[in-house]
Ligand binder design. Structure first.
Ligand code: NAP
Length: 288
């Protein structure tokens, strides 16, 4: 693209940002949709988030994505916040508004669109959720909001799972999240569940790790969805497939959280054809 005096800027703040795939998502969309827009990663040092947000606004930046470690830290510096992002306690997208930015969480809706695109439903489902960190917390909200019947939340640290369960169950007004220690999975009734892998175990470079390696666990899984996309096929996914289940990685979640952010910044709707074209580029970048 040719940058000119009217080119709008969007970007990413986080630390580190060197390995991000978000520029590929947004710059591909801008090219395909004919928008005069460029997307740039901005590394932000610890303690500088407030300055970064104010500086971005002063520079006329249209929108920002926010990544690790600032998804919660950025909240006090926003002019407005979407109620869902406030409930989740994490913001990954800032949309320019009068006097500052409005914060949204598109990770959660991105995961939902990714699951729907694979024919996975949450309504009335019983789900196993591995992890209780930032991402798993958002998934727990998603499951509650989209009508999951029950979520068995397994985590190494029970207290963290308990805290998420108390919060989400309180807001949902029903006991949907059941917190458990990971090693207690045998207490989950037999079945072929949807299992969402939301821990950081298995992420490159430790690609041979899985948070649970025992066969008995994978006999309970019909569909496995790992939030990790590097590696393309995680150990968790391999184990799900080895036990006859279907398995998906987190690349479509990444794709759709980006697409929803792009739609908010540009007040547009991205077609499935354009989404597929971006996905093909992401897959090629991952060596597929
Ligand atoms: P986080 O807040 O740091 O949470 C990490 C989780 O992993 C916690 O539940 C933690 O358990 C667990 N964990 C870490 N090391 C462990 C170990 N050795 N054994 C057992 N459990 C362990 O991280 P996050 O932000 O939620 O991210 C989690 C994953 O989601 C990451 O891999 C990230 O790449 C992925 N993600 C993907 C997308 C996407 O767009 N596809 C978006 C967001 C995140 P404790 O509570 O016991 O410490």
């Amino acid at each position: 693209m040719e940058i000119n005096g009217r080119t709008r800027t969007c970007g990413l703040i986080g630390n580190p940002v060197e390995h991000t795939l978000s520029p590929m998502i947004h710059n591909t969309l801008a090219g395909r949709l004919g928008h005069d827009l460029v997307y740039v990663p901005f590394p932000v040092a610890g303690g500088s988030v407030e300055e970064a947000v104010a500086g971005a606004h002063a520079l006329g930046i249209l929108g920002l994505n926010v990544t690790v470690p600032y998804k919660s830290e950025v909240i006090p510096y926003l002019r407005e916040i979407d109620p869902l992002a406030r409930d989740i306690g994490a913001v990954n997208t800032l949309v320019r508004c009068v006097g500052g930015y409005k914060g949204y969480n598109t990770d959660m809706e991105g995961l939902y669109r990714a699951m729907r695109s694979e024919g996975i439903e949450l309504d009335g489902q019983s789900v196993i959720l591995l992890g209780a960190g930032g991402a798993a917390r958002a998934v727990a909200y998603l499951c509650a909001v989209k009508g999951a019947d029950r979520v068995w939340m397994l985590n190494r640290t029970l207290e963290k799972a308990q805290a998420v369960a108390d919060e989400v169950n309180g807001r949902a007004g029903r006991n949907v999240i059941c917190p458990m220690r990971t090693e207690e999975y045998a207490a989950i009734p037999d079945g072929r569940y949807l299992a969402i892998q939301g821990t950081s175990v298995g992420l490159a470079p430790r690609t041979q790790d899985a948070v649970i390696a025992e066969n008995a666990f994978y006999e309970k899984i019909g569909t496995g969805f790992d939030l990790i996309y590097n590696p393309w096929e995680t150990r968790f996914m391999q184990l799900v497939r080895a036990h006859g289940g279907r398995a998906y990685n987190g690349m479509k979640m990444l794709l759709y959280q980006g697409i929803i952010a792009y739609e908010l910044w540009n007040d547009t709707r991205v077609s499935e054809e354009d989404a597929q074209a971006v996905y093909d580029r992401l897959a090629r970048a991952a060596g597929r």
